[in-house]
Write a protein of this length. Structure first.
Lengths: 333, 333, 333
């Protein structure tokens, strides 16, 4: 495997193989599998789970890793092309990224969305520019529009819970958050559930529709897998018979890159905090998923997070296990 | 071992076993003992020795570790229960801590004292709240009132120096410092020396008495081990025949949580800087111990730190060796 | 090997042996060579390549490492001797450095130049003070006047490119940079090329002459190795027939420690940005080397860095390989 960037690059059988490997590596540890191997970890945005889970994953397989973030260079990293570097930044990504990559057998890169231009973010321009500088295998640790490690962990979580692919109802719901967050997680989640063959409903207020290219791709994936994709702003309709609600806040696509416009729309939506009444039309055992970090009392009520519906901790733990499978496939001779 | 939180949870024989193991792992390295094992390290307060010595300890045993501190999350970690997270903090410890723990085979947690309410700090409320979120084995890397890794290293240091348990005189002395520091180290030191069976004197100015629960526990430990515990503000009396002086500054217990009150009392005590004249009534070979970091010329004179009495560097090195024994017992199948 | 501080401590045969080992460890990995061994990494100045390449090097050889930088202690590290520590700093290097060293089988230390007094920097006073506190083997990870890891990597890079020692023409050129940078890299580069037996030209504007002790040492090395050393401010003369140009900015030695004086001189020299016309009198295949980080459009034109002359990425990768050889020699029983 030379590139783990988009879960839809892999077919259902390949994904099943990765998840089987993840399970096997948990049951039957292989602490020598990646001995002498090194994973370079480049974070251009902050991280907690990704930072911890990749380091733990490499250690469990007997390899090593190192972490680089911009504040470790003398004055941050410059990313703009063709610039005369007479300001604060002492280093350009055009040197830093290939060098960091050259110390590893693979590199993980995190680069968030710029959230200025929707088309640029949908094209993953910033991330692809970084990847073009690298000639070792690359793992996307979250970019403007991709988060394949989260998706693989989420798929495993659904499997672990015994939530069926065929006939399983997956609700991706927007939730309130004070800031305009990136689209990577909702886009990855809707693709993942569609690819898995689930009946997917995207529940979001007007102005927060997912971009047409994302929804169209999800519909194509559903058509191929036997699932379905619908979109609504009617909570009751969305939650009807749901097996799982996956909550996440994201930017207004109507006001993308326009913070005041986004903020004005968002301020009306404080009620979009997932709470027990939401679950009334759902299956009794409907689960709550979230990629974390999550704002308590804002995105979701304490009672849900602390109650039996929440699977956010095992979901986050699955990040490590899923990544172990990816690293094993990528680095083992 | 599921929990290394309080050295008094272990009897003298168990402690001897840990120290024997520490010595053996130094003489006969076992670089495969913890292969594929991971230690999660969570620092809610800054650290140097603990940070370095735990990473080194795991590496020497063939395992790995990762470090998380609050600034690695997007905007710090929220710890208050029931709060609506609409401020800066994007993540709550209720999610972060169990997730971080779930990536490891054990977790080390450092959480300093709040120093607002003495009873809360004596009950180790903040640390115990964090531990309740975790279901893997836990190591206390310093909390409001415990520092068992320091105590085990200190015990080993006394053994290494050949300072007798029976009849060995241990002076724990308050020293001047510009800030009101936590009680964990003095409480741990007085318990450790009492449990070891030494004749313990706590030397401190009025207003800096250790809390009664700490002193009472030390007296019970001394009664069981054949040691003794006394308290005084008379330096000459305290140092008479001492084998070792263990210096440390701590908050005024008379003005606990009241910074101006503490400061007013403290300002009169600049003379509590350990120096050669203190040792006149002590044994000629009386040693100087300190957990570090130490302020030169404030807590102790340069001449003592740079002279033959000081054992602060081997004492700090024993942190690594003691922790290797704990990790081995905790993680090895 | 107890000390890797100055490449000139090693003769040509020893250097050839290290580079042969570096090549062998790349071709035939030895992921168990340093199992259970620990490298302490102390950075008193920021780093990217050194930070990443040492961690990667240890992991490839099966060992571990940990990183300490001043912000990890409570309020920075104090380095001044004899000071009463009643200010912000809570820890002195006299305790911190031996403790950090004691957790490892070797220690790497980075301490930049103070750039106040040229003689002190040439004597490497700050670094030598730190080394005197340590009793494990020490690697200089860049000090006021040494950078042996860079030199060994540079030597390997020249070998890899097939640039001859005898008759190979090496140009060390000053370049513009907005800040007054240390002398370690240019001093190390001119020594390295002289020791390798090359014909070395130092190209620099008036006021930026390398210090006489550095040039005299280079001339002695060249005399022993069959090379030569010249100095000029005439670009055309310098570049005539060059195999390689090694660009680097450094402080004015005429105004050392005098920032306004340095700045006034420097402002006239914006034209010292390496670009294609520089290469006109050089060999057609003349290469461009730089230790990184490099300011694009300031030190060197984008076209050079992005074109076939530049070897800065393999040069930086050689840092890891060269350091693996040093670590192997230093730590393997």
């Amino acid at each position: 495997m030379k590139r783990f960037n988009d879960l839809t690059d892999f077919d259902a059988q390949e994904i099943a193989g990765l998840l089987e490997l993840a399970g096997r590596l948990e049951r039957l540890p292989e602490p020598h599998a990646l001995e002498g191997k090194v994973l370079s970890l480049l974070f251009l945005s902050p991280s907690l789970r990704t930072l911890a889970s990749f380091q733990a994953a490499m250690a469990r397989l007997g390899g090593g890793s190192f972490v680089i973030s911009p504040e470790m260079s003398i004055h941050g990293l410059e990313a703009r092309p063709g610039i005369v570097m007479d300001g604060a930044a002492a280093e350009h990504v055009r040197e830093a990224v290939p060098v960091i990559a050259s110390y590893g057998d693979a590199i993980g890169i995190r680069a968030f969305a710029e959230r200025r231009d929707l088309d640029e973010d949908l094209a993953d321009t910033e991330f692809e520019n970084l990847v073009s500088l690298v000639d070792v295998p690359v793992i996307n640790m979250e970019s403007a529009i991709q988060h394949p490690c989260q998706s693989l962990a989420d798929w495993k979580t659904l499997d672990d819970l015994g939530i069926p692919a065929e006939g399983g109802k997956f609700v991706l719901s927007w939730a309130y958050h004070p800031l305009a967050l990136p689209l990577a997680v909702p886009a990855a989640a809707v693709r993942m559930a569609s690819q898995r063959g689930m009946d997917v409903t995207v529940l979001r207020p007007p102005g927060f529709e997912l971009p047409p290219p994302v929804m169209n791709q999800a519909r194509r994936l559903a058509a191929a897998s036997g699932g379905s994709v619908t979109e609504t702003d009617d909570r009751r309709e969305a939650m009807e018979g749901a097996h799982v609600i996956y909550a996440k806040s994201w930017s207004s696509t109507l006001h993308y890159g326009d913070r005041p416009g986004d903020q004005a729309l968002r301020e009306e939506l404080l009620g979009w905090c997932v709470d027990e009444p939401w679950f009334e039309p759902a299956r009794e055992d409907c689960r709550f998923m979230h990629c974390l970090p999550v704002r308590r009392g804002v995105v979701v009520a304490d009672g849900i997070l602390d109650g039996p519906r929440s699977v956010v901790v095992p979901q986050a733990r699955n990040r490590m296990l899923a990544q172990m499978a990816v690293l094993y496939r990528m680095m083992k001779g």
